[in-house]
Design a protein around this ligand. Structure first.
Ligand code: NAD
Length: 261
């Protein structure tokens, strides 16, 4: 636990399930106040609120599409109206779908970009604007992916969006460092959530993924949440613009493991 997080106010986008839910619950354990954003899963968002409150934190669930300026403004307004301020913004919401690139519809490309990249821009902009105007040394965490580094054929739009998130993160980290605002890129590998559920129902596909992970297992959302808590805390006070891979070694070129090559 990080003592300095107690009483801090965070917005977590896509907080109704998966990694976002675990990040929100971890913040509850840190006794923070959390605005839980959800898109359509109100029940999941209410579960997050209950879990946070049961750990001694405070929470409120808010519906919003992260790809819309109005939605993002509602999240910021809720943080300030309910909890009096904003200290931390976690751009976690994300989506993916698969298609050979020569058949990828512009509509599917645009949907992924809207959530994964526009959403990160809009959320970061709202948080930065608030931090600058109120002279707050706040922090932003952007949920990227190992595919900000590893190319992913048939997921070109996803990989492009996450590569964009990484460079966007580095750029705004540099732009606002002199104000004491920190911005970091949290980059998970294969984590056990709904985004992978269909694929991992197929045992062969699951084992194939595990074979690409030097630590030999699919990660848990709690393991990403632990990294988010550290990045949010003052224990990482000198860390900005970095990419923290939480991936069991997936980005370490596992095919070279036995000294081949
Ligand atoms: P998930 O599908 O369980 O959760 C995604 C969340 O994003 C959901 O709460 C969903 O409602 C929300 N969302 C989608 N569109 C939205 C919109 N327009 N507005 C608001 N919220 C929206 O997946 P997850 O694994 O928990 O993914 C969380 C983040 O982690 C994503 O950015 C994803 O790309 C990233 N990630 C996941 C993995 C993994 O293996 N699970 C790996 C790398 C990166």
């Amino acid at each position: 636990m990080y003592k300095d997080l107690e009483g801090k106010v965070a917005v977590v986008t896509g907080g109704s399930k998966g990694i976002g839910q675990e990040v929100a619950i971890r913040f509850g354990k840190e006794k923070m106040a959390v605005v839980i954003n959800y898109h359509s899963d109100e029940e999941g968002a209410n579960e997050s609120v209950e879990a946070i409150e049961s750990h001694g934190g405070e929470a409120v669930a808010v519906q919003a599409d992260v790809g819309s300026e109005e939605g993002i403004q509602t999240l910021l307004d809720t943080a300030v109206d309910h909890f009096g301020k904003l200290d931390l913004w976690v751009n976690n919401a994300g989506m993916e779908n698969q298609s050979p690139t020569h058949e990828l519809s512009f509509d599917d490309w645009s949907k992924v970009m809207s959530v994964n990249l526009d959403g990160v821009f809009l959320g970061s902009k709202a948080a930065l604007n608030y931090f600058v105007k109120n002279n707050i040394k706040g922090s932003i965490i952007n949920m990227s992916s190992v595919h900000d580094k590893i190319p992913w054929p048939t997921f070109a739009h996803y990989a492009a969006s996450k590569g964009g998130v990484k460079m966007f993160t580095e750029t705004i980290a540099l732009e606002y460092a002199h104000k004491g605002i920190r911005v970091n890129n949290l980059s998970p590998g294969a984590i056990n959530t709904d985004i992978n559920a269909e694929k991992f129902e197929d045992e062969e596909a699951k084992q194939k993924t595990i074979s690409m992970i030097p630590m030999n297992y699919i990660g848990k959302p709690e393991e990403v949440a632990a990294a988010a808590a550290w990045l949010a805390s003052s224990e990482s006070s000198y860390v900005t613009g970095t990419t923290l891979h939480v991936d069991g070694g997936m980005t370490l070129y596992p095919s070279f493991e036995k000294g081949d090559g």
